[in-house]
Design a protein. Structure first.
Length: 94
């Protein structure tokens, strides 16, 4: 079953290492979550690349993970990327 939801603890970033601005952004990540079809035994977290989102990998991931694995596919926040002339795109960092 696929559920899209904002998960505060989708990825736990160390708050001591992040500025307040980043803590606020990363605490509200959108995630696609695929719940296991059998009793849960493991979790697989997939971080996408620059400019992509979780939808890019959803079908592929569904076909390769074991039935007892929960899959978490977080989406990076949109931000300006300096190497792309400050074009706004999904990225984990600039």
């Amino acid at each position: 079953m696929i559920k899209q939801r904002a998960i505060i603890a989708c990825i736990r970033a160390s708050t001591s290492q992040l500025r307040k601005y980043n803590r606020e952004i990363y605490s509200k990540l959108e995630c696609d979550v695929i719940d296991p079809k059998r009793p849960h035994t493991s979790t697989f977290i997939w971080l996408h690349g620059l400019g992509q989102d979780s939808k890019s990998f959803l079908n592929m991931i569904k076909n390769i993970v074991p039935a007892s694995t929960r899959v978490v596919l977080p989406n990076a926040p949109e931000r300006k990327i300096s190497i792309h002339n400050n074009y706004k795109m999904r990225a984990w960092y600039d």
